[in-house]
Design a protein around this ligand. Structure first.
Ligand code: NAD
Ligand code: MG
Length: 392
């Protein structure tokens, strides 16, 4: 039974039709009636799936980013009191609705405007999306600080570090280590990767994820993006961050302290857990995820990343060290490159090559305002498309 007088909690789920969005929907749906009131749910263009989620959750507003999907959404919601809207302004409106907790599970830098809108009204933002921290991390963190909003990381490694890190003892942190599964091509040769298909790249051994992050895991760009994400979330010197390959994806992150103690967070590879950590924080909620049985696992292995076969990690480290627009340019170029690869217009190894070329073109001029970041993002996408056509 719920405590008498306990408040119903307003929640919104942005990117509700994706892998993370659906896992969040399931957690909200499985809570006792009266626990949550769902304000807004959003999707890119899958109107039928979004309408189904909105009906099941009793949301007040459903938004598709693509205006062409609005008639289908209206039709699918007819006979309900759920409002339907579309386009960039409606996405911001969804984030602005008075939900105390907002899940940002939109993929790509497209999540930036609604994330800022939620932070600007002091909401608790559960951030699964990593691209907006990579592109505009300083702006996102500063917006959260200025408006007294709380940012809860959902990316599994960052959720791990968030759970491990003692904010009062940051001066005693020697190292923050993110684990990487190594992706589906961990043991592939360069020749094999050169011929890799989109189907092979999205077939991740441990995690079921959206297509974009699956390709990022295959190139290991994902771990580089996560390093940049971590650098914004956890204020320790850049050289304190490290990556270790851990194919079983059971240990998600480690914190090394000055006294030699190392703390680690473990869980089965199921995003339901980090989503639940953010949904219940600072409390803990019950989930039905598979429980970890270390005796059954028997072996956990660790190895250093292979930078020769997976150069994306170094590219991200360089962009992070360069600062300015470099991480934003890297992210935008990578979004374009992943799309081109999924459309079979460039090869798998071309993804990282293309991102490297675009980064070389830009250098790292400063980016202080959101307008600077948005302009760099647009220009980097244009240059990436341009360069893709002349990839030798
Ligand atoms: P997904 O592709 O399964 O879902 C993406 C969601 O965003 C969908 O609801 C889609 O409709 C919406 N969307 C796509 N483009 C949009 C646009 N231009 N405007 C508005 N909405 C748009 O992706 P996912 O795997 O759920 O990942 C979502 C985010 O979470 C990504 O940033 C990813 O890096 C991060 N993340 C995912 C996982 C995972 O296990 N899936 C783990 C850690 C972090
Ligand atoms: Mg991750």
């Amino acid at each position: 039974m719920r405590d008498r007088g306990q408040q119903v909690r307003g929640v919104s789920i942005l990117g509700a039709t994706g892998t993370i969005g659906e896992a969040t929907v399931r957690l909200v749906e499985s809570a006792p009636p009266g626990t949550y009131a769902v304000e807004a749910v959003t999707a890119n263009r899958d109107a039928l799936k979004l309408a189904d989620i909105a009906r099941r959750l009793g949301a007040r507003l459903a938004v598709v980013a693509d205006p062409a999907a609005l008639p289908a959404l209206r039709e699918a919601l007819s006979g309900t009191f759920i409002a339907a809207a579309a386009g960039p302004a409606a996405l911001i409106e969804a984030a602005s609705r008075p939900a105390e907790w907002v899940m940002v599970a939109i993929v790509g830098a497209a999540a930036l405007p609604p994330t800022l809108a939620a932070l600007e009204r002091g909401a608790t933002v559960a951030l699964a999306n990593k691209e907006c921290l990579v592109s505009a991390g300083a702006i996102v963190i500063e917006t959260a600080r200025r408006f007294g909003a709380r940012l809860l990381p959902v990316d599994s490694e960052h959720s791990a570090i968030f759970q491990l890190l003692d904010p009062e003892r940051l001066d005693r942190v020697e190292k923050i280590v993110l684990t990487a599964s190594g992706g589906p091509f961990r043991e592939w040769t360069m020749a094999e990767m050169r011929a890799a298909t989109p189907e092979q790249a999205v077939a991740h051994p441990n995690w079921r994820m959206g297509r974009k992050i699956s390709v990022d895991s295959a190139t290991m760009m994902n771990k580089g993006l996560e390093l940049i994400e971590a650098a914004h979330l956890f204020p320790v010197p850049l050289d304190a961050f490290g990556v270790v390959v851990h194919p079983q994806s059971i240990v998600h992150g480690l914190v090394h302290y000055a006294d030699g103690s190392v703390t680690a967070q473990l869980a089965t590879p199921d995003m339901t857990t980090p989503i639940a950590v953010a949904l219940a924080w600072p409390a803990r909620m019950l989930t039905s995820t598979a429980r970890l049985d270390l005796a059954l696992m028997a072996t956990l292995t660790f190895q250093a990343p292979d930078h020769a076969r997976f150069p994306a990690l170094r590219l991200c480290e360089a962009a992070l060290a360069a600062g300015g627009v470099a991480p934003c340019v890297l992210n935008a170029a990578n979004e374009v490159a992943v799309d081109l690869f999924l459309e079979r217009r460039i090869g798998f190894l071309d993804i990282t090559r293309l991102v490297g070329r675009v980064l070389d073109r830009f250098g790292a001029p400063p980016a202080t305002t959101l307008a600077d970041v948005m302009a760099a993002d647009r220009e980097a996408r244009r240059v990436a498309l341009d360069q893709a056509s002349v990839l030798a």
